[in-house]
Design a protein around this ligand. Sequence first.
Ligand SMILES: [Zn+2]
Length: 390
Amino acid sequence: MPLGRVPLKAAHFLDGYDTLTEEVSQQEFEGYTGNAGMELTRWYHPDRTGALLAAAGVSHVIEALGHRLHAAASGSIVTAPANLARAALERWIRDGHPGHADRPAPGRMAALLAEVGACDLASMYLGQVLVADADERPVAGLDALAQRFGCAVLAPALAAVWNASRPASLARDAELLAQVAASQDAAGQTVAQMGAAQLVRLVVADSDTALPGGVAVLSHLAQAVVDLSAENLGRQIGKSLTSERADPAIIQAEAILAVRSRRPTLPAWFHAWSAQVATRLEQQTAKAPQAPTDHARAGLPSCDCPDCRLLDAFLRDSRRPRERFPLRESRRQHLQDIIRLQACDVDTTVERRGSPYALVCTKTQASYERALARHRHALAQHARLGAERA
Ligand SMILES: [Zn+2]
């Protein structure tokens, strides 16, 4: 098991540092002799092992906890599982977000905590780790936790997660909500009601901007509201999301179809929402995008350098399909960067003749093709909404 860097402090040693240094100063160290290997022993306080491992990273101590719980002979780790778990949680809460190499598998800690069996640690994980680390996904281990402790015990910690919900954690929090709302546990349903109100408020708060989280958030949230029979919240979702939003109608349609595939019967607010989204899609798809009829394309909105002004003039010109720009390399590169960033309707090649080489720009119909793909997708979604409603 790799431990990484393990910093030591005097207090980590059994019986204190003074005793140790005295022992070490008196200890005879014999190197390899041919008859026996080298001998050197240190003792660490069992209660400190977790802290030592945690110093190397959260996932190390979680791995050690897994060994401690599962390995028939747990080897040299004699620390109580609860102490290891606590050390991991404390480190996790302090760091907030373990780095890429130190990310525990999603839900692993939840599953292990169900085995450790200490409800204060389970609450610490849900109520503090999840709040500190928006990327931790407990769902894989959540059923084990709920079975072990019951939703009533975990309810305050779950409430803390939803109270602290923010755009960065919304996808995870909505997934967690859907899972708790789907449980048959009365205490779970009660705390999920509170969570659903919190998350619906967050999603509908700013109806001018795009949905924070997209299809996954919305489908989990709608499913939870269906499972909780929370009519009022459902009507809020339907009403606010279909108000002035244009593009997200596609996202809403995806979410609606996802919930429909999971729940055979749905309440009135859901059907009303679905009908509104269908109407919105119908309006959006009434007019198909038109292919360009000449060579004029959208110009460049941003850069104002002389090269970009020439490119801009070429793009807007209805008669020129192709243009050469003889420029030295850095200026060709600049134009290519701009073309890529602005998604201009041109393909580029470099003509390696003469000096300087020329950037050759040939106009395409790329933005029309993208609009057409969006249009067809919206038409298909509209058809599916209608077909499954019938
Ligand atoms: Zn420029």
